[in-house]
Design a protein. Structure first.
Length: 212
C-alpha cells in the first residue's frame, strides 16, 4: 500500500518503516559509544549493574581486581620463563667448569618472554588508568594504547594456554620415563580423599552410637 505525504509524494510503507528504524548518530555520539566497548567497560558492566553508584572502597577494589584479571597471562608467562631459565641453567651448566658464571649468563628466550610480559602489564596499567580517568578514547594515542593492550592480552593468553599444554605434555612424558618421581603425588591424590572419607564415616557413627 502506498501513502501520499509531503505535498503529494508517494512513499511506501516499507520505506517509512526503514526511515523510522534508521537512527542517525553524530560523530561524537559514535565515538562515545565506541569508547564504552573496552575491556574494562565490560568488566565493570559484569561487576556492577548499570546505574548503581559505587563507593570509593568499591572502586579501589574493582581497580585491583580488574588489574589482576588483565595481567593473569603475564604472570603465568613470567612463571614459565623462570622455570625455563632454571631448567636451561641446570642442563647447560651441569658439566661447566664454573657453574656460577654459567648460571649468570643471560638466556635469550626467557628474556624475551619477560620483556613481552612486562610490556603487556604496562599496557594494561595505562589502559586501566585511562578508563578511570575518563580520557577521550577517540584520540589517536588512546586508540593505540587500547589496540596494543588488546593484541598483547590475547597474544599472551594464547601463549599461556600453549605453555600450560606444554607443561602438561612434559609432565606426562616425565611420568613415563621416571614414574618414581610422580609416585608421592599419586599417593597424596589417592590418600587425601580416602582419609577424608574414613574420617567422615567415623563422624557418622557417633550419633548412631549415642542413640543405641
Amino acid at each position: 500500500r502506498e501513502i501520499r505525504k509531503n505535498g503529494g509524494n508517494i512513499r511506501g510503507e516499507d520505506q517509512i518503516r526503514r526511515e523510522r528504524a534508521t537512527i542517525v548518530y553524530s560523530e561524537e555520539e559514535q565515538q562515545e559509544t565506541i569508547s564504552k566497548t573496552g575491556f574494562f567497560n565490560i568488566l565493570e558492566g559484569l561487576a556492577v549493574p548499570s546505574g548503581r553508584a559505587k563507593s570509593l572502597q568499591r572502586r579501589i577494589t574493582d581497580a585491583i581486581v580488574f588489574m589482576a584479571i588483565a595481567t593473569v597471562p603475564s604472570w603465568y608467562v613470567m612463571k614459565s620463563s623462570a622455570e625455563i631459565k632454571m631448567g636451561m641453567a641446570t642442563t647447560r651448566c651441569e658439566f661447566a667448569p664454573n657453574k656460577c658464571a654459567c648460571a649468570k649468563e643471560a638466556n635469550l628466550l626467557p628474556t624475551i618472554l619477560d620483556a613481552v610480559a612486562y610490556a603487556q602489564m604496562l599496557f594494561a596499567a595505562i589502559e586501566l588508568s585511562s578508563f578511570y580517568l575518563s580520557m577521550p578514547q577517540h584520540a589517536l594515542i588512546w586508540k593505540l594504547v587500547r589496540f596494543a593492550f588488546t593484541i598483547s592480552y590475547f597474544a599472551l593468553s594464547l601463549l599461556s594456554i600453549f605453555l600450560l599444554l606444554l607443561n602438561g605434555i612434559w609432565i606426562f612424558f616425565g611420568t613415563i620415563v621416571l614414574p618414581r618421581k610422580i609416585a608421592p603425588y599419586l599417593v597424596a591424590i589417592v590418600g587425601v580423599p580416602v582419609t577424608s572419607l574414613r574420617y567422615w564415616m567415623r563422624l557418622l557413627q557417633f550419633p548412631w552410637r549415642g542413640k543405641k
